[in-house]
Design a protein around this ligand. Structure first.
Ligand code: CTP
Ligand code: MG
Length: 183
């Protein structure tokens, strides 16, 4: 039992380390967000917004920058390199991909008629994981394969642990008055 718990904690630590640029980008987009929306207020041909006011240039750029900064810091922490060694590409694709995934999610949310900020369980929590993974697989397949594909348990840990972490972060963001909804 004790060993199982230790194994799970080890998996969560490694998963968090590998996903940290994405885990940073997503909430800092909320902190930096505001101003001109990415769709500049334009509608899709269904009369609804392309992405909506919740996706802004400031959020995208600020969030990506914060993800990159944390990744660069991680690259300097020599004592923790056993958890995973980042490449410059992976730092960028994990950060930018996370926010791209969130934007693509909003596109489909609007097409389905969900208003900005409406709750979309699981999709709201895993959109950025999907974006980060797809972008990283596309631009740094060797890194993605070495760190994720060859460790299916790590991937499973990310998928199970992220919704919990996301929920917790958003509750904090809500009470810190950074977010309008606690999800
Ligand atoms: N945000 C931003 N730019 C981004 C992502 C997020 O400015 N690229 C900010 C917005 O202020 C947004 C908040 O972070 O309202 C919360 O993000 P999120 O929950 O992803 O957006 P929602 O407002 O819920 O919109 P949607 O329904 O489209 O997901
Ligand atoms: Mg939301």
């Amino acid at each position: 039992m004790f060993e199982i718990i230790l194994t799970i904690i080890g998996l969560i630590i490694k998963a968090t380390w590998l996903m940290l640029p994405a885990y940073m980008a997503n909430p800092t987009a909320v902190v930096f967000g505001g101003g001109t929306p990415i769709d500049v207020g334009k509608n899709w041909n269904d009369g609804r917004r392309i992405f909506g006011d919740g996706k802004t240039y400031r959020g995208l750029i600020g969030g990506t920058a914060c993800g990159i900064v944390i990744g660069l810091i991680q690259m300097q922490v020599t004592s923790l390199q056993y958890l995973g060694i980042f490449t410059f590409i992976s730092i960028f694709t994990l950060s930018f991909g996370a926010l791209l995934g969130d934007i693509v999610k909003s596109f489909f949310k609007r097409r389905l008629g969900y208003e900005r900020g409406a709750k979309f369980p699981l999709v709201d929590q895993l959109d950025f994981v999907a974006g980060a993974w797809i972008m990283t697989y596309a631009f740094d397949p060797a890194w993605f394969s070495a760190n994720f594909i060859t460790s299916p348990l790590i991937m499973l840990t990310v998928v199970l642990f992220t919704p919990l972490l996301h929920r917790l972060t958003n509750i904090i963001g809500y009470y810190a008055k950074l977010k309008k909804e606690p999800w």
